[in-house]
Design a binder for this molecule. Structure first.
Ligand SMILES: Cc1ncc(COP(=O)(O)O)c(C=O)c1O
Length: 322
């Protein structure tokens, strides 16, 4: 019963993911283009190997999710950091991409980690068109879809058939430790990815795949999680400015706040260490997300309970006042 499965995942799960695109986005996706992976992390390895040659130039944002950069460089792919900030809501634009020179790929995330900012449907379309014109492979990390506070997120699948779209059961679906994700590929990448997946992983975890078929029926529980994140976000949006932390990216989605603490420190790693030791509140220094400017920033995750958020905000506020 719990043997290996097809390298691309069990058919009922690939079909359930296809139905998810129909129900949530009104987009029709052939289950044959859907690949089940060991978390979105497994999807990054497989898609980067299939889509990019060694020495290819792939753009990521700074700040951005650090594993993009680390996986790309482990595979011998050149990482091109696009520095983003307030002016573009911490997201890339065609003008910023043009400044980066020739590119083979672009990774976007909306909502993003660590900022929670989103691309509007128009912005994503503009980027997808820009990439199509310049033969840049767009990789859209949609792992925080479903966790949004203002507008629902747009999938790149609604805009183009050329993008690699990556998603996961780790965030909205709350199956983090089950290590399961998926991607939707342009047709020509399916067979190369199948060969790579068979050799690198044999199959995604069998038990997790069976459980994931059922998770699409747990909407009420999952939406209750999102309501909790929204309440946590409201607690922090109220408490942080009172504690003197009022410069952060707009948290449109995900469960993060990326805060500029340049007026308090030039060494946010040290600040985070001291806050942890002296208050028990764990926050993440920005340096992992932005190697050049992150020492003046930190990321707060608000995925915990609302009581934890209230208590953490109280302790952090008292500590900063001292
Ligand atoms: C933006 C982003 N992408 C991908 C991942 C990896 O998630 P997983 O491998 O659990 O799907 C994370 C995890 O935090 C993330 O923040």
């Amino acid at each position: 019963m719990l043997g290996y499965t097809d390298a691309l995942g069990i058919p009922p799960l690939r079909q359930a993911i296809s139905r998810h695109y129909r129900d949530r986005y009104g987009v029709s996706v052939d289950p044959q283009r859907i690949v089940v992976t060991t978390g979105s992390s497994g999807a990054f390895i497989l898609s980067f190997l299939a889509a990019f040659d060694q020495g290819a130039r792939v753009a990521v944002t700074a700040p951005g999710y650090p594993a993009y950069r680390n996986i790309l460089s482990a595979l011998g792919i050149e990482v091109v950091e696009i520095e983003v900030g307030d002016a573009t809501r911490y997201q890339p634009t065609p003008a910023l991409l043009d400044k980066a020179g020739r590119l083979d790929g672009l990774i976007v995330a909306s909502p993003a980690n660590p900022t929670g900012t989103m691309l509007t449907a128009d912005d994503l379309k503009t980027l997808a068109d820009h990439c199509a014109k310049r033969d840049i492979r767009l990789v859209s990390d949609e792992i925080y879809h479903g966790i949004t506070y203002l507008e629902p997120a747009t999938t790149a699948l609604a805009l183009t058939d050329r993008a690699v779209v990556i998603n996961s059961f780790s965030k909205y679906f709350s199956m983090t430790g089950w290590r399961l994700g998926w991607m939707v590929l342009p047709e020509e990448l399916v067979r190369p990815v199948e060969c790579l997946a068979q050799n690198l992983f044999i199959s995604p975890p069998s038990l997790s795949q069976m459980a994931a078929v059922e998770v699409f029926g747990c909407r009420d529980e999952l939406e209750a999680n999102v309501r909790r994140y929204a309440a946590n976000r409201a607690v922090l949006l109220d408490a942080l400015p009172k504690a003197g932390l009022d410069h952060f990216a707009p948290p449109d989605g995900a469960f993060y706040l990326y805060v500029d603490v340049g007026h308090v420190t030039n060494d946010s790693a040290d600040l985070c260490k001291r806050v942890l030791a002296e208050t028990g509140v764990a926050i993440t220094p920005g340096i992992d997300f932005d190697p050049s400017r992150g020492s003046r920033a930190l990321r707060i995750s608000f995925a915990g309970s609302t009581e934890t958020m209230e208590e953490a905000a109280r302790r952090l506020g008292a500590w900063l006042k001292r």
